[in-house]
Design a protein around this ligand. Structure first.
Ligand SMILES: *Cc1c(COP(=O)(O)O)cnc(C)c1O
Length: 427
């Protein structure tokens, strides 16, 4: 594996960008080594600056559910670009994407498009505070909701690996409005709500946690959250930035049959371009400016290229059999990885919902952040590099998900499973 070009580019990048990257986890800090600079991607693969091609399970951290450079998506973006890249005025494309989102999610009557998941969550929380006239929020340890001040408290993902859950620069006052509970622990939530409900605007949760590795909700956890919040006039926000259109066309809320008050989306709905969205009941969303007094705006919101990529992606996801295929491919990879670890006598706990996968180097079970952190991250780093050398690119952190796309063939996944057998033997 040649790496000289990536190495050189990284050295130069570190001079002009903090840590050499524009988002922390890309820097490979938690697995060691240096990041690969990607020059192109197609289908299930990415190719780096030294000409190495890898089967990709990072999927740009979730968006690339159709694989990279899907011809129909690329063509639609090209056509849209030739008509101009941004107008700062309404377009019919925005109407189309908004209509598709509201049709997909039963809880979504109105939606506002923004430019990132962070922006979507930040704005949804502002709306929840405006609606309830309360200030506090409750989030779960290890859940990541973007990098807004009040949410960088016991956050997962890059923040989990780097050990910066309470980042410097976040005012104590902002963090002071944030309560946290362990994921999947409904008794802890009940206790917190009993004491603090009068000041709680919302409970925000990743219905399937995807930023401490992948942790599925326990049976009835979400249902109890729904009942408790409703009882106390607290809004329930589902952060489906990862799970939306990933685990089902209608997201985790369709899988578990829960109707949140507000939902945040991102990643897949932009088809690989920068997008986010938040929406919910009309009664709540009508509070957003200019319909109501809660201010939120964006120069590039509803950007024509991003919206076009989103529409084309969703259109393809709607075709019959797509999620069955994702389920089969996800199961094939999950079972293959678990078997590889078992054969090598390596403690390993596999989690999965459809094409969203997590794997922890621990006996498990992994049900929350505390149990996720029991994973042997040194072993993960070894596994990661072993897989990379054998042509499979997983996330450079234990606490990120693995994603399978519709472009991954059974034969490609089999190649990854065979690589895992070899890699696990050396753990
Ligand atoms: C990625 C992610 C975000 C943040 O989205 P950005 O587009 O990176 O700002 C928020 N919530 C969840 C659950 C995410 O996975």
């Amino acid at each position: 594996m040649k790496i000289a070009t990536s190495k050189n580019l990284f050295r130069r990048s570190r001079r002009v960008m903090p840590g050499g990257v524009n988002s922390p986890v890309r820097a490979f800090r938690s697995v060691g080594g240096h990041p690969l600079f990607i020059t192109r991607a197609r289908g299930a693969t990415v190719t780096d600056a030294d000409g190495n091609t890898y089967l990709d399970y990072v999927a740009s951290w979730g968006p690339m559910i159709l694989g990279h450079a899907h011809p129909a998506v690329v063509k639609a973006i090209q056509r849209a670009a030739s008509r101009g890249t941004s107008y700062g005025a309404p377009t019919e494309q925005e109407l189309k994407l908004a209509t598709m989102l509201c049709a997909a999610l039963p809880s979504m009557e109105q939606v506002r498009l923004v430019s990132s998941g962070t922006e979507a969550v930040m704005s949804a929380i502002r709306v929840a505070r405006g609606f309830t006239k309360r200030d506090a929020i409750l989030k779960f340890e290890g859940c990541y909701h973007g990098h807004a001040d009040s949410l960088l408290v016991k956050a997962g993902s890059g923040a989990a690996t780097l050990g910066l859950p309470d980042s410097p620069g976040v005012p104590r006052a902002a963090a002071g409005h944030t309560l946290t509970a362990p994921f999947n622990d409904i008794d802890a939530v009940r206790r917190l709500i009993r004491t603090h409900w009068r000041k709680l605007a919302c409970v925000i949760v990743e219905p399937i946690a995807g930023n401490m590795g992948v942790v599925a909700p326990r049976h009835a956890f979400l249902r109890h959250l729904r009942a408790l919040t409703r009882q106390h006039g607290i809004l329930l926000i589902f952060d489906e930035v990862i799970s939306g259109f990933r685990v089902a066309y209608g997201g985790a809320q369709t899988v578990y049959g829960i109707r949140p008050d507000l939902t945040c989306l991102g990643k897949i709905i932009g088809g690989g371009l920068p997008v986010g969205a938040y929406g919910g009941a009309r009664e709540i969303m009508e509070l957003v400016a200019p319909a109501g007094p809660v201010y939120q705006a964006g120069t590039l919101s509803g950007n024509p290229l991003a919206v076009t990529a989103g529409i084309e992606t969703l259109k393809r996801l709607k075709a019959p059999g797509v999620y069955d295929c994702l389920e089969r491919r996800g199961a094939q990879l999950a079972e293959g990885l678990a078997q590889a670890a078992r054969r090598a006598n390596v403690p390993f706990y596999q989690t999965r919902v459809g094409s969203l996968l997590g794997g922890f180097f621990t006996d498990g079970p992994v049900v929350d952040y505390a149990s996720a952190k029991r994973s042997d991250t040194t072993r993960y780093a070894k596994f990661f590099h072993g897989m990379l050398q054998r042509g499979s690119y997983f996330a450079p952190s234990q606490f990120e998900a693995a994603f399978v796309s519709t472009a991954h063939t059974a034969a490609e996944i089999d190649r990854t499973v065979r690589a895992a057998r070899e890699a696990c033997k050396r753990l």
